[in-house]
Design a protein around this ligand. Structure first.
Ligand code: PEP
Ligand code: MN
Length: 341
């Protein structure tokens, strides 16, 4: 349930509503906005009896949220959430007018590899460098990532190239390390419903990039985001990375309709990952164009200077020259829909 207070409601009136909600044994989440202040209520199992709340000073409306997700819903917050990334003073954000590009190798393999790719993606206009230090691999015999050594390389990339960095946490221990080193904590498709990890990410101070599980519905994705936000971290970036279907011409089926759906249902930003979404280098450019046209707030792109030698996801990694073309083409598309890259 949402309690809507008028724009001119005083902080005492908002606090009185919150106190009343607490008295009911529930948790209030106050969200002051430009047009109205909303107090979201969580902790209830069934419908909340609005009781005294309706007639309290400043209250104009009670909305019963029809969706199972509350804090991430558009009903709770009408304005788009724009997520600041990086240390204070950084101008990078996700969810605003600008389409943010996050690019780099699937995995950090060495300092030389990371630097070679970082230099190219930076020159082409990427703002955030991606690269896994902890890799969730299907086979236990595949490269598992460099661990903390990889995080240290990412920290050097940030320093040397002025790029922010995003990298995946696969468990509680790696999440603590990733939070320390990275600017964004990635939760991968395989962990989208690892609820204890989501709760831990909800207590982190850094934004979280939450990838859609490979067979998750959008409601399940938004419920996973709700876990993070309800723990106190409002900065969640959703990512459509393809789902598993009967199709075998691609690795996954990139579900671009997720983008307008999320835009209508949630205030959180959503980016697209056409690399994992297709698994094929030649499909990354056309699907990147399509994702930007569909309204994606950003793109997550795997780039490798020597994809044939990549220790992970070489077949879907594009060459730096292809990344240059991608950046140029999506800039043109972004302009058409009133955005920029
Ligand atoms: C990745 O981004 O490298 C990754 C492992 O992605 P996903 O979790 O979507 O498979
Ligand atoms: Mn990958």
């Amino acid at each position: 349930m949402l309690v809507v207070l008028e724009r001119t409601a005083t902080s005492e009136q908002v606090e009185a509503v919150c106190a009343e909600v607490r008295k009911m044994g529930l948790t209030p989440h106050a969200l002051p906005g430009a047009q109205r202040t909303v107090v979201g209520i969580t902790g209830n199992l069934g419908m909340v009896n609005s009781g005294r709340l309706e007639t309290m000073p400043g209250v104009i409306e009670i909305i019963h949220v029809t969706q199972p997700f509350k804090l991430v819903s558009r009903e709770f917050r009408r304005e788009d959430t724009v997520i600041p990334v990086g240390p204070p003073g950084s101008k990078v954000e996700i969810g605003g007018k600008k389409v943010c590009v996050l690019a780099g190798p699937c995995a950090v393999e060495s300092r030389e590899q990371a630097f070679a790719i970082a230099e190219r993606v930076k020159a082409a206009g990427a703002e955030i460098f991606r690269g896994g230090a902890f890799k969730p691999r299907t086979s236990p015999y595949s490269f598992q990532g460099l661990g903390e050594e990889g995080l240290k390389i990412l920290a050097l990339v940030r320093e040397k190239f002025g790029l922010l960095v995003v990298t995946e946490a696969i468990d509680s221990e790696s999440l603590n390390l990733v939070e320390e080193y990275a600017d964004i904590i990635q939760i991968g498709a395989r962990n989208m419903q690892n609820f204890s990890l989501l709760k831990q990410a909800g207590k982190a101070e850094k934004p979280v990039l939450l990838k859609r599980g490979m067979s998750a519905t959008l409601q399940e994705l938004l419920m996973a985001a709700e876990y993070i936000v309800s723990e106190g971290n409002p900065n969640v970036i959703l990512c459509e990375r393809g789902v598993r279907t009967f199709a075998d011409h691609t690795r996954n089926t990139l579900d671009l309709s997720a983008i307008p759906f999320v835009e209508r249902t949630s205030h959180l930003p959503i980016i697209a990952d056409p690399s994992h979404g297709t698994g094929r280098r030649e499909k990354v450019l056309p699907m990147s164009r399509a994702a930007v046209a569909a309204g994606a707030d950003g793109l997550l792109i795997e780039v490798h200077h020597k994809p044939d030698e990549a220790l992970s996801d070489g077949p879907e990694s594009i060459y730096p020259e292809q990344f240059n073309i991608l950046m140029k083409e999506i800039s043109g598309i972004a302009k058409v829909i009133g955005r920029e890259v």
